[in-house]
Write a new protein. Structure first.
Length: 237
């Protein structure tokens, strides 16, 4: 149970890191005519990060406290959220300003803003996996309902992300070949939902998803806007 939860948590983190890498690498090479689509792609990435961390703090971490009987067990993870909060907020504010037309996208500024939180965020995402595995110390019986809570939180997050922006971003930044292809059917959305997303709603913002690290089926592809050929973003966790 603990390994599966940690593995699925790592998959979410991989999408976040892979998405951020795709933004960072492509930003200097995005044409002015495509900046609006790129900015919308960035907002989709931010939406995933926001929903993921909100779900942890509102539902998943409190459940860990209750089941373990140790209040504040995940406080270290929440503290890490706060470490990059302000710099991430500045990044989001700049993106919003560009989308509103009050400012023009400056790739150098965007990259600098990412530099302000990227390393701290990535470290946090990697640190969180061992903290999940360490819950084994409380025993599977005591923590038995945690798996259901994790699934419910994931389902709630998928609904919050939506079929137009969130799920297409996730599907096009999840490498189905990761760990020998054992996560091909992940994320655990109903097959019909993923079918509709890949073949219908994906088209609504297809200009955004060309910046993704994978195609709509989850196959890694060369990044769209790069200085050299065949740049792919592989496993991250």
């Amino acid at each position: 149970m603990f390994t599966r939860i940690a593995s699925e948590m790592a998959l979410v983190h991989n999408m976040i890191i892979r998405g951020l890498n795709s933004i960072y690498l492509q930003a200097p090479h995005v044409k002015a005519s495509e900046s609006k689509a790129f900015l919308q792609y960035i907002l989709a990435w931010y939406g995933l990060l926001y929903v993921h961390h909100s779900g942890e703090e509102d539902q998943f971490f409190p459940a860990i406290d209750e089941l373990s009987g140790q209040k504040g067990l995940m406080d270290g993870n929440v503290a890490q959220h706060k470490e990059f909060h302000d710099s991430l907020a500045s990044f989001k504010q700049y993106v919003d300003t560009c989308i509103s037309g009050k400012d023009k996208l400056d790739s150098a500024k965007l990259v600098t803003l990412i530099d302000g939180f990227g390393d701290v965020l990535t470290k946090h995402l990697r640190d969180e996996i061992p903290s999940i595995l360490e819950l084994r110390m409380f025993g599977a019986d005591k923590m038995a309902s945690l798996e259901k809570t994790f699934e419910e939180e994931g389902e709630k997050s998928m609904k919050a992300l939506g079929l137009i922006k969130g799920l297409p971003f996730c599907l096009s930044n999840h490498d189905i070949a990761f760990e020998g292809g054992q996560w091909t059917n992940w994320p655990p959305a109903p097959p019909v939902v993923k079918l509709v997303c890949r073949h219908v709603t994906y088209r609504f913002k297809r200009k955004c998803w060309k910046f993704s690290a994978c195609d709509k089926m989850g196959n890694l592809k060369p990044l769209y806007a790069v200085a050299h050929e065949d740049t792919k973003i592989g496993p991250t966790e």
